[in-house]
Design a protein around this ligand. Structure first.
Ligand SMILES: Nc1ncnc2c1ncn2[C@@H]1O[C@H](COP(=O)(O)OP(=O)(O)OP(=O)(O)O)[C@@H](O)[C@H]1O
Length: 230
């Protein structure tokens, strides 16, 4: 099976001359979960933006399965994004829609009938411990619950890859560990997971592969068995 994602010598320079990624190469297998870590400004968010096509590389190639993302333009950008779930630190939920409707949104936007969308949403809410919260508005939920709604929305359409940018940045350590455990359960459902986090302690405790970025360069690619004990 080809990798889900492959970066080949990717360089990204922002207008103004700032080099955010230099010659970055790695690949992600189907069903793999891994982290990307590094200091502030190391290039973590940029790497994720190249995957969901919010940015384009200046050199090198990003491959999603067999798809060369350099060649994805116009209406095909939206089609690509359907296969990549995204979780944000601030979860970006719609405040005036219920939990159920927020999670159903990606399905409704692609034309699924509300009844069918509801049948898909309910088991996802159950799995993420939100079964009783479907009718609540996001503002009535705790921070951890809100982030779980963000994850439910990202996985409801069964993406091949989920990317998350500092998804536990606003959470206390116990909730952060809970959310990370949730991510770790996703590969069993067939979704590969790539999480950007600067919290090295939390990352190490998860015992997954870790990519380390340093000033835009891939400084290390650590296998789980090589992670030092905390
Ligand atoms: N839109 C942009 N325009 C110009 N420079 C940018 C832009 N976005 C990021 N950069 C620069 O590129 C570098 C990498 O930024 P990036 O946001 O990818 O790092 P990061 O590792 O995610 O940092 P943080 O942990 O602080 O979010 C930084 O020096 C940043 O200032």
């Amino acid at each position: 099976m080809p990798p889900v994602l492959r970066f080949d010598n990717v360089c990204k320079q922002y207008p103004g001359g700032h080099v955010a990624l230099q010659d970055v190469s790695f690949s992600v297998d189907a069903g793999e979960m891994l982290f990307v870590t590094g200091h502030s400004g190391a290039g973590k968010s940029t790497l994720l933006r190249l995957i969901h096509l919010s940015e384009r590389p200046n050199r090198g190639a990003v491959l999603f399965g067999e798809r060369n993302l350099l060649k994805v333009r116009g209406s095909r950008v939206a089609m690509h994004r359907r296969e990549v779930g995204v979780v944000y630190q601030d979860h970006r939920l719609l405040a005036d829609r219920s939990v159920h409707d927020n999670v159903a949104l990606p399905l409704v936007l692609r034309g699924m009938r509300r009844g069918e969308a509801g049948r898909r949403v309910r088991p996802v809410l159950e799995r993420l411990g939100l079964g009783a919260r479907g009718n609540a508005l996001p503002g009535a939920l705790s921070a951890g619950e809100q982030q779980r709604v963000g994850i439910a929305r990202a996985v409801v359409a069964e993406p091949r890859l989920l990317v998350a940018d500092e998804p536990t940045g606003n959470l206390d350590p116990t909730l952060a560990a809970e959310i990370m455990a949730l991510f770790a359960s996703l590969p069993e459902q067939g979704t590969s997971v790539l999480v950007a986090s600067h919290d090295l302690g939390l990352v190490k405790r998860m015992r997954k592969r870790v990519l380390v970025l340093d000033h835009g360069q891939l400084a290390d690619d650590i296998a789980p068995e090589d992670l030092a004990d905390e």
